[in-house]
Design a protein around this ligand. Structure first.
Ligand code: 5GP
Length: 116
């Protein structure tokens, strides 16, 4: 059984976060340490530690993440200019919180995809 992270507590509203969207499958909230003018994390409400742990049962929640990303981008006014969706996996991917999350970054030109 995987160990919960603070993101499960954000979903249950046990610790504070600026939640922009929540439904039965996913929660979207502002990143505490934004790397762009808009930096939002969109997560499945149930714990999936990494992309390596994804199964077919997760497809509804993971699909919803994209629907919510598009909706938030429209609402934030960044859809036309564009934005970046990013998901890190494990150590080489730079994952820090072991509850799958999509980063939605936008609000300025983001430059090349990888810093080298
Ligand atoms: P990762 O490196 O795992 O892909 O990204 C984790 C993200 O979670 C980081 O961008 C970090 O700033 C964010 N984060 C870590 N702790 C908290 C927290 O307590 N609240 C919020 N809102 N974001 C957090």
């Amino acid at each position: 059984m995987a160990e919960e992270t603070l993101f499960s507590k954000i979903v249950r509203r046990e610790i504070p976060a600026e939640i922009l969207y929540q439904d039965d499958l996913v929660t979207a909230f502002k990143d505490i340490s934004p790397k762009a003018p808009h930096h939002i994390l969109i997560i499945p409400n149930h714990l999936i530690p990494t992309v390596n742990d994804v199964t077919a049962e997760d497809e509804a929640a993971l699909g919803r993440i994209f629907t919510v990303a598009a909706k938030l981008a429209r609402e934030l006014g960044i859809a036309e200019d564009g934005y970046r969706l990013m998901m890190n996996c494990n150590r080489h991917g730079g994952q820090e919180v072991y509850h799958v999350h999509m980063h939605l970054l936008g609000g300025k030109p983001l430059g090349p995809m990888l810093a080298v």
